[in-house]
Write a protein that binds this ligand. Sequence first.
Ligand code: HEM
Length: 308
Amino acid sequence: MVQFPAGAATPASIVDALDALAGHPPKARASFAEGRCVRGTYIPSDRAPEITRSQSFTKPSRVLARFSVSGGDPKAADTDNRGLRGFSFRLGGEDHRSHMLLQSAPVHFARTLDQMLAYLKVRMPGPSGKPNMKKVKAFSAANPETLHQANYIAALPLPGSFAGTTYWGVHAFPATSSKGETRFIKFKVAPVGGDVTLTGDQARAKSADFLYDDLKNRIAKGDVRLNVMALLDRPDDPVMDVTIRWPDEDARETVRLGTIVITGVEADEACDASIFSPATLAEGIAHPPDEIFAARRAAYVISLGKRR
Ligand code: HEM
């Protein structure tokens, strides 16, 4: 269990800050509050054991998953392209369950927990109802890595479909193969049919919750398939810093671990009754070593307690 020094940011202070920034919406997740619960199946590829002996990823299983939109507002507009899309899933049998939480950007917005809390606090609305933009700019200038995520999203068109978005696990996960060899991998979930994006005009014509309608239609047609990919490490990759990508990351050797087929919409309660916990990983995939990952398990449990 990681100890957080007195006076420093903690999982609880981060959850409080996320909740305050969203205006304390009742019974909502502190982050990625808007979302839809779905079910499906996972089919492993023949090559998965080359990367991990985790039975979650090498055996077929049922999947419970949730597509989401970032932020603490459960009614966030799908047409706001400053936000991220999220994809969480649980797979594996009773005794070898894993949870994976991914987002539509390959980097996080803070390298340390202290930096994450400072990033959130500086964006807190003042008496005018808006954040002090001078302070936000000064913080960004002093902490340029906190802009990597926003810059990544700003360069992309608006996602046109939950089922047509690429999602990233962000952290470097130690993966042990069937031969017992361990290396770092990054998770990437890529839609089988490629990314679906919208032009500005197409986006303006969409309703605030068009992503859900699109998802239901695609599930009814049976065409929601997402490949679970492992990006392979090279010596000296920066595995402790979640604000930067590995050198040449898009050109990395990748192995398809398997494919998730989404087959139906679930009642939201199936996803809301407990958490998708980043710490739940069956043997064969271990916890990433960075400080941000270490804080996540506690933060999700605290958020669950608040929203119940
Ligand atoms: C670094 C990469 C991160 C990714 C990819 C990520 C992704 C996600 C996703 C996909 C969800 C939605 C979960 C669901 O569908 O139920 C979520 C929720 C949440 N995240 Fe993160 N997150 C990250 C970092 C963090 C960090 C560092 C913290 C806090 C220390 C945090 C706090 C939360 C909280 C409190 C929730 C709500 C949990 C709940 O009520 O169930 N996240 N995150």
